[in-house]
Structures are given as C-alpha cells and as structure tokens.
Design a protein around this ligand. Structure first.
Ligand SMILES: Nc1ncnc2c1ncn2[C@@H]1O[C@H](COP(=O)(O)OP(=O)(O)OP(=O)(O)O)[C@@H](O)[C@H]1O
Ligand SMILES: [Mg+2]
Length: 376
C-alpha cells in the first residue's frame, strides 16, 4: 500500500442467521492510526475485526485497503497480522515456532527468523520460554506469545482482539507501552478491540464506541469524554461513570432551572439556546464525578446556585485524592459519586456535605432518545 492509503470499511453488515452482529459500520483508519473499538460484550467488536481480516465474508458492505477492494481477497492475501481474543496459538509447536509461524508461511529467510523471533519474545518478556510448548505456559504467557507472533511480522494492518485481558495490571501496562512503541515504529494502521474504556483512552488515537452492532460515536478520547453525543457514550467513557439525575427543565423569568427531586441548579446562559425545545420536559442530567467538588477546593465559582448536598457513605482513597460515594437524602436514596483531588477524613462518613457543581461541564440527555441536547 502506498503511504497515503488508508483502510476504509463502508456500511459493513454481518448477519448470522437472524442475528445482525454488525449493523452498518463504516470506518476510516488512517495510515499511522491506532483506532480502538470499545463496547460491551456481544456488541460486535470481534466480528468487525474478523470482517476486516477476511475470516468472515461480509453480508453487505465494502472493505478497501487503499484503493484496492478486498471483499473477495482471501485472509492470507490481505497481509494482516491479528492477535486473537483466545490467542489461537498452536499447541504442538514450541513458543519459538509459534512466533515464527507467520514469517515461515511467508517464506522469510531463516537468518531473519533467527534474529527476529528472539527480539519479539524479548519485547514481551517471554524470551526464556522459547523452547516450551503452550501447555507449559500460564494464560498471560500464552497471550504474550500471541502478541509476539503477530507483531514480529510486517503487515499492512494490525488487528488486536482484547490482547491484554489475561495479564495482571503491571504486565498490562508494560504490554500497552510495548504495543504503542511498536505501533509508532511500524507506522501501520491498527485496530485494537477492548471492553476496557481506560485502555481505550490510553491507547487510541481515536475511539469508536459500539453498541448492538452499531457505532455510536467515533472521536478522540477527549471528544468522547467532553462532548458525548449520547447518554450511552457519556456513561461508557469515564470511571467512575457519569452521575445521571432525572430532572425537569423549567423556564423562570430570564433563567432556566434544572429541578430534580433533591436539588435545583441554574443552567448556564450559554446552554439556553440548546435546550429551548426541551423546556417543560424531563431530561437526564449528567454530572461527571470530578465536576462535583468540595466547595473549599473547587476551581470554579461557588454559590448557592450551584451547590448540592449529599450524605457520605464510603470514602475510597486514590493516589492523590479520594472517590466519595454519596446519596441524596430523599424518600428513595439516590446514589452518586464524586472524585476529590484531596483526601477526605473518614470522620465525614455518615455526614451531609455540600458539593459544588461545575455547571459548564454538565450534560443533558433526552430521556426518550438518549441523545445529548448540548452536543451534535
Ligand atoms: N458465528 C456466529 N454465529 C452466530 N452468532 C454469532 C457468531 N459470532 C458472533 N455471533 C453473535 O454476534 C454478536 C457479536 O459477537 P462478537 O463476538 O462480535 O461480540 P464482541 O463485541 O466481540 O463481544 P465480547 O466482548 O464478548 O468478545 C453476539 O451476539 C454473538 O453471539
Ligand atoms: Mg470479542
């Protein structure tokens, strides 16, 4: 493929009997881009990768590598390296032979294999295991064999299907760094599947959020986080998840209020125009945990108009501050979460505290469609 070329998938559909696993997915992947596909189990991530790899025929839609239509091209002629969700390493071959497999099947010279295989194994810290068979390896080691086998090759497209799921936290971070380094070195398009949104944020140049076979939104991590087009994306991206409150939008003289069963917040003027159609209706108000701050340490103006109250149930220390689990005091307690940049002493548990809301960062969603009123 020439340098400027990209991978293009247009209106991909994959139907298994009555199940539509991939439903009108379009993706453009840049030459040096690492695109992450993220979404809940069963949303169609693996199927999308298998369509790109040619392991499943498409029901309809087009796949192009550069200006070449590859729909009818066999997997082995697409020059793709793939790390499978279930590793798919060969049980009867040693680790060395497993890693060398793709190189041998492309008739790579023995001298190159001898040099590259140990290097790839070293990168993933399995160079001491080259003589073993897969059954003599732990799950995490097998996973790293699968990674080394795919990344030892020069391919036109790299596909990763949850390649780090079985690694402990430390190895996962290391392997993530290694994948990023290799990706930058190879400068080839890559698609990386995960259901872990923090991994998606850490790795993706762009992230595509999938649900029920469809792409909900594609953008950089920051775009998805700050300007989600739907409640689903807002909820899926970010940990702890965004807090959602059932609210009514009510017009006052020259103000608009958000009224929930436990608090009222005044809407920032710059949001007025966007919500005109929804005045008088119920909406879901979204507030990210870090946009709820202790009034004393808030980095935005605090007044009665943006202060709410909650009872502290649990305080979880984090590296720099803490995550505070609270509930609203009402008939049916409503739980919500705040992340503070400073520690809160345990003596606060069971007490009611004021919280300042960073109103400019609030989100509003149509209760019926789940669409954002503010973005899109
Ligand atoms: N060969 C098949 N025959 C029938 N249904 C299938 C087949 N492969 C996948 N499906 C269905 O298609 C949907 C998408 O599956 P897919 O494996 O793509 O999901 P996924 O997003 O990778 O999920 P996970 O995160 O659990 O790996 C699921 O409902 C699954 O049951
Ligand atoms: Mg899968």
């Amino acid at each position: 493929m020439s340098d400027s070329n990209i991978i293009v998938a247009e209106h991909l559909v994959k139907q298994f009997q009555e199940k539509v696993a991939v439903n009108d997915v379009s993706l453009h992947i840049g030459q040096r881009e690492l695109l992450v596909l993220v979404g809940p189990s069963g949303c169609g991530k693996t199927t999308t990768l298998r369509l790109l790899a040619g392991l499943e025929p498409v029901t309809s839609g087009k796949i192009q590598f550069g200006d070449r239509l590859v729909n009818e091209i066999r997997p082995k002629d697409r020059n793709i390296a793939m790390v499978f969700q279930d590793y798919a390493i060969f049980p009867h071959m040693t680790v060395f032979e497993n890693i060398a497999y793709g190189l041998r099947s492309r008739h790579t010279a023995g001298s190159i294999i001898k040099e590259r295989v140990p290097n790839a194994a070293k990168m993933f810290r399995i160079d001491h295991l080259l003589k073993r068979k897969p059954r003599q390896l732990s799950g995490g080691e097998r996973q790293r064999v699968a990674l080394a086998r795919a990344l030892v090759r020069d391919a036109d497209l790299y596909l990763y299907d949850e390649p780090l799921a079985n690694l402990d936290a430390q190895l996962r971070h290391q392997a993530r760094e290694d994948i990023l380094l290799l990706h930058r070195e190879k400068e080839k398009p890559s698609v990386y599947v995960t259901h872990d949104q923090s991994e998606a944020m850490a790795l993706g140049d762009r992230i595509a959020v999938m649900r029920d076979g469809k792409i909900q939104q594609i953008g950089t991590g920051t775009e998805l986080y700050d300007r989600p087009l739907s409640e689903f994306v807002a909820f899926f991206i970010g940990t702890p998840s965004i807090n959602l409150f059932d609210a009514e939008l009510k017009a006052e003289e020259d103000a608009i209020d958000l009224i929930t069963s436990s608090f009222t917040l005044r809407l920032p003027v710059e949001m007025h125009e966007k919500v005109q159609e929804a005045i008088g209706k119920r909406v879901n108000l979204g507030i990210r945990p870090e946009d709820l701050q202790s009034p004393k340490s808030a980095q935005f103006p605090v007044s009665e108009e943006n202060t709410i109250h909650g009872m502290v149930n649990v305080i979880e220390p984090t590296s720099a501050g803490c995550t505070v689990y609270l509930s609203m005091l009402e008939d049916e307690p409503k739980d919500f979460v705040a992340t503070f940049k400073a520690r809160l002493p345990a003596s606060y548990i069971g007490r009611e505290v004021p919280l300042a809301v960073n109103r400019r960062k609030m989100h509003l969603f149509d209760q019926e469609t789940g669409r954002s009123l503010l973005y899109g």
